[in-house]
Design a protein around this ligand. Structure first.
Ligand SMILES: Cc1cc2nc3c(=O)[nH]c(=O)nc-3n(C[C@H](O)[C@H](O)[C@H](O)COP(=O)(O)O)c2cc1C
Length: 169
């Protein structure tokens, strides 16, 4: 699948069939995530692969979004705020790490899509609860849950807009 096709064709999917994802495919998806750029090439992000059914249910509870538990794998993306702060101060801790993780999340979703695996970026969740359940260390912030799985229902293409200015706002 070519990159532009993957970008245009990917949808946020919230219904998955009951089929596991092969570990090699998860590894390939994360390899694509790894190659997203990071500020200063600091690699200020980690991913926790959550397959355990109880943990997936806890991720669903953390987000109050039951579909999260229905995906066979939930990727929990974390930002290393303390590491980024050492080199870039507040801008590193509160801006660069979020940009680093966002770039990786998009790579992950596009790579998953190229393997026929659907995903949804879940940003609304209780970070403290997730950090406690998954034993995420201090200075590292969980920023997104990405349930991935083979799709059951692919939603319609939503409306989209982009506010473009030329030369000046
Ligand atoms: C930062 C961010 C947070 C999001 N959080 C959620 C979420 O908590 N739950 C959810 O179902 N979708 C979430 N989404 C997915 C969006 O709703 C979805 O991308 C949007 O409706 C456009 O649909 P599309 O991805 O199919 O193009 C989030 C997306 C982003 C970028």
């Amino acid at each position: 699948m070519d990159v532009l096709e993957a970008i245009l064709d990917r949808r946020s999917v919230r219904k998955f069939i009951n089929k596991p994802i092969e570990p090699d495919i998860v590894a390939d998806i994360l390899e694509a995530g790894k190659w997203a750029p990071t500020a200063g090439n600091l690699n200020t992000r980690s991913v926790i692969i959550v397959r355990d059914v109880l943990s997936r249910k806890q991720m669903a509870r953390a987000s109050s979004q039951s579909f999260v538990a229905e995906a066979p794998v939930v990727l929990v993306v974390c930002a290393h705020q303390r590491l980024a702060a050492r080199k870039y101060g507040k801008r590193g801790a509160y801006l660069y790490v979020l940009q680093d993780t966002a770039a990786m999340i998009q790579n992950i979703m596009l790579a998953a899509h190229s393997f026929g695996i659907a995903s949804c970026w879940v940003g609304a969740f209780n970070e403290d609860y997730v950090a406690r359940i998954l034993k995420i260390p201090p200075g590292v912030r969980p920023v997104a849950l990405i349930p991935i799985g083979y799709p059951k229902i692919i939603p319609e293409v939503p409306d989209r807009d982009l506010d473009i200015h030329v030369e000046k706002w």
